[in-house]
Design a binder for this molecule. Structure first.
Ligand code: AG3
Length: 276
């Protein structure tokens, strides 16, 4: 018998992967969690039926959600990640030579546990001396910090369930206050093909508080439509300009990609210019 796992990316579109094994299926306190082994992409983590990360293509998302801000900020010493309990983004953060502390605040400890159990290449970051893993509500955590971080990265699930408030203006205001005077925020903001509303919500919410707001793109085969967006809010530095000159081994990111990622197709530009 063949086993296939399907994410319904829209009510009319399913994305299916042939799977050889189911490693974990459980309802956590916050969401439904599954880990399966797919033939195409290796191990895959799903939350509430939505693909979060796979062994084979995780590098695109994790490099691109971290390195744009880290390489555009001249001194990204103290970095906070909200969500991202699999540890993939944290792995990228702590390997950056400019970073001295990477703090990850994840609400659901079962996500971190699944990563420890099945995704060693993600969860290796938990043992890094620069890393700190906190199981807590990111919204409360950010409110308790003022003028503390150089970069804040929001590696959330979709704005349904526990992540809903992470896409609202009051949250972006708390992030603004938790950042230092030259700080930067990066959030994952979904697919320009399927989630125009989410992009508008993130872009306009961030733009309310941050003087510089920009959208950039990356190609991620296992996420809906394969084209993914990130929104960055910056208090001072231009996020488009890489200033890091050191050597790091990347699989997707290059200094040229850094700048090219901000070049938007006409229909994407329209999403952020036509307002909410
Ligand atoms: N967080 C964003 C995943 C969004 C995917 N959406 C979907 N499959 N419908 C990923 C967490 C990786 N650290």
């Amino acid at each position: 018998m063949e086993l296939w796992v399907t994410e319904y990316q829209t009510p009319a579109l399913g994305f299916s992967c042939k799977a050889s094994e189911t490693l974990r299926v459980k309802q956590t306190a916050f969401q439904h969690l599954a880990v399966v082994v797919t033939e195409q992409f290796g191990k895959m983590l799903l939350l509430d039926g939505m693909v979060q990360t796979t062994e084979k293509d995780e590098f695109v998302y994790h490099e691109m959600i971290t390195m744009i801000a880290l390489n555009a900020h001249p001194a990204p010493e103290n970095v906070l990640i909200i969500g991202g309990g699999d540890g993939g983004a944290l792995r990228e953060v702590v390997r950056h030579p400019g970073v001295s502390r990477g703090t990850l605040v994840e609400i659901d400890e079962e996500v971190a546990q699944a990563s420890r159990d099945f995704f060693p290449n993600h969860s290796c970051s938990f043992n890094d001396p620069k890393a700190r893993l906190i199981i807590a509500d990111g919204i409360q955590f950010i409110k308790d910090n003022r003028n503390a971080f150089d970069v804040v990265i929001v590696d959330s699930t979709e704005p349904v369930g526990p992540a809903r408030a992470l896409f609202t203006a009051p949250f972006y205001e708390s992030v603004y206050q938790a950042l230092k005077d030259d700080g930067m925020l990066v959030v994952q903001s979904e697919s320009p093909f399927f989630n125009e509303d989410v992009i508008k919500m993130a872009y306009s919410g961030i733009n309310e508080f941050f003087p510089i707001t920009k959208l950039y793109l990356a190609a991620i085969p296992t996420y809906p439509s394969g084209l993914w967006s990130f929104t960055v809010g910056s208090k001072y530095y231009d996020p488009e300009k890489p200033v890091f000159t050191g050597e790091l081994d990347f699989k997707y990111y290059t200094p040229e990609i850094h700048q090219a990622a901000f070049e938007l197709p006409a229909f994407v530009k329209k999403i952020i210019t036509e307002g909410v």
